[in-house]
Design a protein around this ligand. Structure first.
Ligand code: NOJ
Length: 545
């Protein structure tokens, strides 16, 4: 009896260590990258002739809307430190650097009548420097920093944005397309529209729930499609690149998997969140998800909006024009939420009308043992990444997926073992999905360095590199996670046993930095030691029984 018990324990321990401590390889052609975005790292907010963006405007005029009242005026100063950035990208052994172009740096007022030579030169230099070291630039044309002048016309809620975005995109495709072979049009449409217009979270920080977010989404999808058609007609053949979009979502875990209502709530939320932008582009028939069209139409009617739904309708021609306009499925995802139907008298604290009320679920991250992070919204649930990838695979007929952002925040420090754990866990989940047939072809870690985290200011750090925001050069120092991620990219594998301690360079840097940077316990190393010790003890016991 004891023998059996001990044998089972040993088998369990062996299984555990094979899952968590072994080396797991990625497919040989897997693409590794690291990412950043213009407003978050560049600074130089009014350098040369750069125009004002909606983030400049918001942070200067309403600092109270930013958690620490800061702005991205200088941030990591990549406008001057871009050579060091490229050096860091090289140190990470990635093949791809994903960054974005700032529309108002290139077209200061958003229009073609004023093109900034300084802006063009900045990006041209950056691209050349990357290519010099065989690093592939992956360029996002729009990552949230709209020219303020265009916001004054209504921003993404005004259909005029479609030709304007097309003009801007044509210019950058012409200027950089000889050297840039992977483009994404727009980063995270859901955040742009829902967090920008429905709730006051992102610039332009409207609080106008239930209406403009849907107008924003409508114009954004059309603008994206027009740019892709233009690229395919005018550039793709001659330049030989690819173009797509980066959508975002969190995994929506049913609160209770045995409850059909929770399963339905999860599916509905996936459709409202990811499906809002992915369904028109990637699904077989295009258009918004059926559940979205029907719910918003019915609720609009009940709310006295008459026959016209708050969700605008596409014409048949538009549906066809948008469908299929992405050469890959770019997905950003960080966390999961628990969802169940909204049965709180149909409001659950959400305004009526509002996007959240339209979805009709309640969501939170309570009652689960998902570890926390430096961001309130971000809990660690690697299984959620697995479920999400499987969902995309099923829902959109096995598209080619690139994870364009994934990573975790903390509140600072070089000994960021929690980030190391996060990467190992999430990458294991990605590998599980690949082994189960999901076509994931690349992974881009977020983020190259600590940067301006939008509404959270400088409090939440996502970087593989620490940035000393008090030093004039914005000195960058690799964290432990940078060394681990470099090892992952170099070996094309995750290796749970690789958990370096702070080296001399890091210790010296840590000595200059505030106390937050002092090493914490190397928790997984401790764990693996204790596991080995227990195993030895068990073996000894087994021999005695
Ligand atoms: C997604 C956004 O694209 C990026 O700008 C942001 O920093 C990360 N999420 C983390 O919140």
């Amino acid at each position: 009896m004891w023998n059996w018990f001990i044998l089972m324990l040993i088998l369990f321990c062996m299984f555990y260590s094979s899952k968590s401590s072994s080396v797991r390889h990625f497919p040989s052609d897997f693409m590794w990258g690291v990412g950043s975005s213009a407003y978050q790292i560049e600074g130089g907010w009014n350098a040369d002739d750069k125009g004002e963006s909606i983030w400049d405007y918001l942070t200067h005029n309403r600092p109270d809307k930013i958690d620490d009242h800061t702005n991205g005026d200088i941030t990591a100063d990549s406008y001057h430190q871009w050579r060091r950035d490229v050096q860091m990208v090289r140190e990470l052994h990635v093949s791809t650097y994903r960054f974005s172009l700032s529309w108002p740096r290139i077209l200061p007022n958003g229009y073609m009548n004023h093109v900034s030579n300084a802006g063009i030169k900045y990006y041209s230099n950056l691209i050349d420097e990357l290519l010099k070291y065989n690093i592939t630039p992956m360029v996002t044309i729009f990552h949230w920093d709209l020219p303020q002048r265009l916001q004054e016309l209504g921003g993404w809620t005004n259909p005029e944005i479609i030709p304007l975005f097309k003009d801007y995109a044509r210019l950058v495709l012409e200027l950089f397309g000889d050297r840039v072979k992977t483009w994404t049009t727009i980063n995270e449409p859901w955040h742009i529209c829902e967090h920008g217009y429905d709730v006051e979270y992102n610039a332009p920080s409207y609080n106008f729930p239930g209406i403009p977010a849907y107008l924003c989404g409508h114009n954004l999808l059309k603008a994206h499609a027009e740019v892709v058609h233009m690229y395919r007609a005018e550039f793709q053949q001659r330049q030989g690149g690819r173009i797509g979009i980066t959508v975002d979502t969190s995994w929506q875990e049913p609160r209770n998997r045995n409850n059909p209502d929770d399963l339905e709530a999860s599916e509905r939320t996936m459709q409202f969140y990811l499906g809002w932008f992915a369904h028109p582009i990637f699904s077989r028939h295009g258009n918004y998800p059926k559940v979205m069209i029907e719910r918003i139409r019915n609720l609009s009617k009940q709310q006295g909006f008459g026959e016209r739904s708050r969700l605008p309708e596409f014409t048949t021609e538009e549906i066809h024009r948008i469908r299929g306009t992405s050469d890959f499925f770019g997905i950003n995802s960080y966390t999961s939420f628990l969802v169940s139907p909204n049965d709180h008298n149909n409001s659950a604290g959400f305004p009526i009308p509002s996007y959240n009320h339209d979805v009709g679920v309640v969501f939170d991250q309570n009652g689960v043992d998902w570890p926390s992070s430096g961001s309130e919204w971000l809990r660690v649930d690697p299984k959620g990444m697995y479920h999400l990838l499987k969902w995309i695979h099923r829902e959109y007929n096995a598209p080619m997926i690139i994870i364009t952002e994934n990573g975790v925040s903390d509140r600072g420090g070089l000994a960021d073992y929690a980030r190391v754990d996060y990467y190992n866990l999430y990458l294991s989940a990605v590998l599980d999905a690949i082994e189960d047939g999901v076509n994931v072809r690349g992974y881009i870690s977020w983020s190259l360095m600590d940067s301006y985290e939008w509404k959270a200011g400088y409090r939440e750090k996502f970087g593989l590199y620490h940035v000393d925001f008090n030093s004039p050069q914005r000195t960058r120092t690799p964290k432990i996670s940078a060394r681990v991620y470099a090892n992952i990219c170099k070996t094309n594998a995750i290796d749970w046993s690789y958990r370096p301690e702070l080296n001399e360079q890091q210790l010296q840097a840590a000595a200059r930095l505030p106390a937050e940077s002092v090493a914490r316990t190397n928790s997984a190393a401790t764990l693996s030691w204790s596991c080995t010790l227990s195993l030895l003890l068990l073996l000894l016991l087994a021999r005695h029984c």
